[in-house]
Ligand binder design. Sequence first.
Ligand code: ADP
Ligand code: MG
Length: 377
Amino acid sequence: MRTLDDLDVAGKRVLVRVDFNVPLDDDGNITDDARIRAALPTLEELREQGARLLLAAHLGRPKGRDETFSLRPVAERLGELLGTEVVLAPSLDDVPDGDVVMLENVRFEPGETENDAELARRYAALADVYVNDAFGAAHRAHASTEAVAHALPSAAGRLLEREVATLTRILEAPERPLVAVVGGAKVTDKIGVLEAFLARADRILVGGAMCFPFFKVQGHAVGASLCEEEGLEPARRVLAAGGEKLRLPSDLVAGREFSADTETQPLDGIDVPDGWMGLDVGPRTATGYAEVIRDAGTVFWNGPMGAFELAPFAAGTRTVAEAVAECDGITVVGGGDSAAAIAQFGLADRVTHLSTGGGASLELIEGKTLPGVEALS
Ligand code: ADP
Ligand code: MG
C-alpha cells in the first residue's frame, strides 16, 4: 500500500477522503469529534509539506441533497481544530480556491455509492493528488473511496496506514498469546470474526448477547435474552470447531427488561429463567476473562460483555476494560460501542489502538480485502 512517503505534494492540491461521519444531536451539534481529530495528523503533515487541501467526506445516509446532512458543522469544527478557515464548497461545479476547502457531503452526489467512474473523474479534475485517510469507509467501493484512487496519483493517509498495519499484524504476526474478546449484540455480524480467530487466536472469550445462540444450541434455557435465530447455525459451527480455545460465560446477571431500574438477579450458572433476560456476564466469568486478558501478548476486543449503558449491567464490561488497560501487550479495541465503553470508564488512553472503523476493522480481521485499501496498492 502506497503511503504519504510515496507522494510529492508540495504546492499541489490534494484531495483527501476523510471519515468525518460524526454523531450529531437534534440541533445539529457534533456530540463526539473523535473522528475529526483522528484525521489531524495527516492533514497537518500535508499542510506542513506545502499542500492545499480539498476534503471529501460523507455524513449519514441522505437520499440526495438534504441540508440536514450538510457538512457545515464539521467544516466549522475542523477549522477550530486546525486554527484556519475551512471553506465549504457549495457544489462540485463551484469549488473555491483556498488552503483548506471541504466538498459538501459526497453522498449528495448521484453515483457516489455506485462507485461511478464519471463522478470519480469529476472529483479527480479538482485536484492533483488523492489521499485516502477514511479507514471507516474503506470497506465500501464508492466513487470517493475507490474509483477516484485510480484517476489520480494516490496513497493512504497516516490514520488509514496505522489502522491497516495494526490490524494486519494481529492477523499475521501477533505477539502471543493472542486473545480475542468478542461480545455485543449483533451476533451474525461477528460470526466471520469468530471464525477468523478460530484459526489464529490462542483464546476466544465470548460475552454479551453473543453467547445466547451458543447456550441455546447447547440446550440451555435462554429465557427472554436477545438470541437471534440466524445466529444458531453459525454458533453450532463455531462450537464444533472451537474446542479448548473457545470460552463461554459460566455465570450471568439477569434483568426483567432492558432498563436501568428493572429488577435484577445474579445467576450462578447460565440457564436464564422464563421472564428474565441475561444482560451481563457474572463476576466469576468477568474475573476469569480478566486473568486471561492481563497475560495476553495481543488482545483484540470487539463488543461489550453486557448492556454496559445500564448501570446494573456494566460490571462485566468494566472488569474486562480494566484488564485490557492493565495488559502490557498490544491491545486493540474495535467497534463503536466498545470504544464508547472504554471511554465511559476513562480508559481510552490506556489501549494501544482504538480503531475508528467498526465495519472496516471487522472485515479486515475476517481476512476480506477492503476496496478502498486495495485501490492504493
Ligand atoms: P460494537 O459497536 O462494539 O461492535 P455491538 O454494536 O455489537 O458492539 O453491541 C453493543 C450493544 O450490545 C450495546 O448496546 C449493548 O447494550 C448490547 N448488549 C451487550 N450485551 C447484551 C445482552 N446480554 N443483551 C442485550 N444487549 C446486549
Ligand atoms: Mg455497535
